[in-house]
Design a protein around this ligand. Structure first.
Ligand code: HEC
Length: 182
């Protein structure tokens, strides 16, 4: 399946990015990177303990070594924003898209956005309930998820495509999901 036109340069960058992800180890991190040596590359997510007024923090694993840290010694550069152009109509699977939107190891869109049927959304981003009613073109929605920096250089939304967090097929599934929300 082919969705995107990428220049040769962009393809080379993608391959370099994939190698970086595969090749990076904890040893490549700057000496002052603030990570817990006892729990390397482990992030935590909150889980509500029903009727207790308490949260439990459960670990999930995501290898963070590919991304620049906040360390002053970290000289690795951040991939530049990328514009996408779709060659073919988006044909994603809304059910798979919903799953990706909820999963902490994938989109985890629910951490920032309200989506139907979820009781504990984040509020950093706007509500995406009834998203279809905005009537946005698929290409625009695809770009927002692929690399939101194309519209807002200071977006806090992760550049899912440029950073290789999600594949183009997965982003197509998310577009199909959002465009199905009436
Ligand atoms: C860290 C928080 C965060 C996460 C995670 C996040 N977003 Fe966003 N999103 C935002 C913010 C903030 C905006 C407002 C525009 C901007 O700053 O880019 C936004 C804007 C959007 C928009 C544009 C809405 C519009 O029409 O104006 C869409 C669509 C969107 N997000 C979808 C997603 C999807 C799908 C995911 C998961 C794959 C996701 N977001 C994950 C924070 C987030």
């Amino acid at each position: 399946m082919r969705f995107l036109s990428l220049s040769i340069g962009a393809r080379a960058l993608l391959i370099a990015g994939a190698l970086l992800v595969a090749g990076a180890t904890r040893a490549d991190l700057p000496a002052d990177a603030a990570i817990n040596a006892a729990a390397p590359l482990q992030t935590m997510q909150p889980k509500v303990i029903v009727n207790s007024g308490r949260l439990e923090w459960v670990p999930y694993y995501r290898d963070l070594t590919a991304w620049p840290t906040l360390s002053h010694q970290d000289r690795r550069s951040t991939p530049r924003p990328r514009k996408v152009k779709l060659d073919a109509p988006v044909r994603g699977d809304p059910a798979r898209g919903r799953d990706l939107a909820m999963r902490p190891d994938k989109g985890y869109c629910i951490a920032c956005h309200q989506l139907p049927g979820e009781e504990w959304p984040g509020s950093v981003g706007l509500s995406l309930e009834r998203y279809k009613s905005y009537g946005h073109a698929d290409e625009l929605v695809f770009q927002q998820i692929f690399d939101a920096r194309a519209f807002n250089p200071h977006s806090v939304m992760p550049p899912y495509g440029t950073f290789g967090i999600l594949t183009v097929e997965e982003i197509a599934d998310l577009v199909a999901y959002l465009q199905s929300l009436e």
